[in-house]
Ligand binder design. Structure first.
Ligand SMILES: Nc1ncnc2c1ncn2[C@@H]1O[C@H](COP(=O)(O)OP(=O)(O)O)[C@@H](O)[C@H]1O
Ligand SMILES: [Mg+2]
Length: 396
């Protein structure tokens, strides 16, 4: 069928034509927005799940909800080893601009922007040469004395408090959305938790909404034991059959096309309900089908195309980031799980490779750091990418 009208959207962060099966999370966030804006105590949301389940797009949707509710909102993507100040400054700048258009007191807005600027300028060492200094692009005079101590924990509390008062003036709130939250540096994680704790105690209308890999709750509670009281963890994963069908049917029907029941059976078998795969197979099936309704035969014909796309865009791009030693480790994981998405014991991997466990630690640590594997439990390791083991076995 006409590829131009193909509605499906496989790809990291690509907004799906239909955000299926996420009503629970959307409803929960609606309540967070209402309660926090009214100064009621409420835990914020942290989304966790494997790669490709739709965390980024859901986080984007939560952001849109906040903006529609009149909140100021800004989003960042954490990166390993990167400083939090710069991206956070940019996100808060965005959020303040959202609020500034409605705020009656321009002076006050400029004050808060000035504090934000002081916070941002702290990201360069004070003695950095002028050309190495980062220009945050905030067009007001800097206001020193708040949020610029250099101690990130103190600075975040002061900065968040300032920004939250702007929102409180408007009886609204501020949402900071952090994607790939597991990649924040430990001191930044702990400062963020501390600041959220402080602000929730003073009922300031500012929330941090996170998204990350399944071990993110463990990262947060290792940092601050009270993090469980700050966040509600929402694990997102595969769509059930009805939601996966809806994710395919609703967009197709808007283009006057549909799928046979047999086609939907085959699609669910292939995708396992993983949103990324739903989009990839849906897209290929659309292109392969000569006419509507799309049949099971069309899906089968399209499967190699979808798999080739996934091999490059979803699996291959990750596998390529692994060194030979890391690849050996990943293959051992795949062999031991026989391609199922299950955790394996690290000692079992050493045995399988006939190596001492300590000699494998560097490979394991760097795979953890690259976000290809995660450890939900001590001594256990699993792929962050669904069907990765199956992909590796098919390669061999
Ligand atoms: N609820 C959903 N329904 C249908 N497709 C979805 C849904 N959530 C995500 N997708 C699709 O899945 C893919 C991966 O989404 P993304 O947000 O990048 O996942 P993650 O951030 O968890 O790796 C994208 O192609 C997106 O369009
Ligand atoms: Mg993502």
């Amino acid at each position: 069928m006409d590829p131009v009208r193909n509605p499906f959207a496989p790809g990291a962060g690509q907004r799906p034509p239909e955000l299926a099966g996420r009503d629970r999370e959307l409803d929960a966030f609606e309540i967070v927005l209402e309660r926090v804006a009214r100064g009621r105590p409420e835990r914020s949301l942290v989304l966790t799940g494997l790669r490709g389940v739709g965390k980024t797009v859901l986080l984007g949707e939560l952001r849109s909800m906040a903006v529609r509710a009149g909140w100021g909102a800004g989003k960042i993507e954490a990166r390993p080893d990167a400083d939090l100040r710069r991206p956070l400054s940019a996100a808060l700048h965005r959020a303040i601009r959202d609020l500034a258009v409605r705020h009656p007191d321009g002076e006050r807005v400029a004050e808060v922007l000035g504090v934000l600027k002081a916070f941002a300028l702290r990201s360069a060492p004070a003695d950095a040469k002028l050309r190495d200094r980062w220009q945050p692009g905030i067009d007001v005079p800097v206001r020193t004395g708040k949020a610029d101590s250099g101690d990130i924990e103190i600075d975040l509390v002061e900065l968040f408090t300032e920004v939250a008062t702007l929102a409180a003036d408007l009886e609204t709130g501020v949402a900071i959305l952090i994607d790939e939250m597991q990649d924040l540096r430990p001191d930044d994680v702990s400062a963020l938790c501390a600041a959220c704790h402080e602000l929730s105690q003073s009922r300031s209308p500012l929330v941090v909404v996170g998204a990350g890999l399944p071990h993110l709750p463990a990262v947060l509670s290792a940092s601050k034991s009270y993090s469980e009281r700050l966040f509600r963890y929402a694990r997102i994963g595969q769509l059930d059959r009805a939601d996966a069908d809806f994710a395919l049917l609703a967009p197709a029907e808007r283009e006057d096309a549909t799928f046979d029941v047999d086609a939907l059976d085959t699609l669910y078998e292939r995708s396992g309900g993983y949103p990324y795969f739903v989009q990839a197979y849906g897209k290929a099936a659309w292109d392969a089908a000569p006419r509507t309704p799309i049949s099971a035969a069309d899906v089968k014909m399209a499967a190699p195309e979808a798999e080739a796309e996934l091999a490059v865009g979803f699996f291959g791009s990750r596998f390529e980031r692994a060194t030979p030693a890391e690849r050996e480790y990943l293959r051992a994981m795949a062999e031991l799980t026989d391609g199922r998405d299950e955790p394996v014991g690290t000692s079992g991997i050493a045995e399988h490779l006939e190596r001492r466990a300590s000699s494998l630690s560097p490979a394991r640590d760097s795979l953890l750091k690259k976000g290809l594997v995660f450890s939900a439990q001590r001594g256990q390791i699993a792929f962050t990418v669904p069907h990765f083991g199956r992909y590796l076995l098919a390669q061999a």
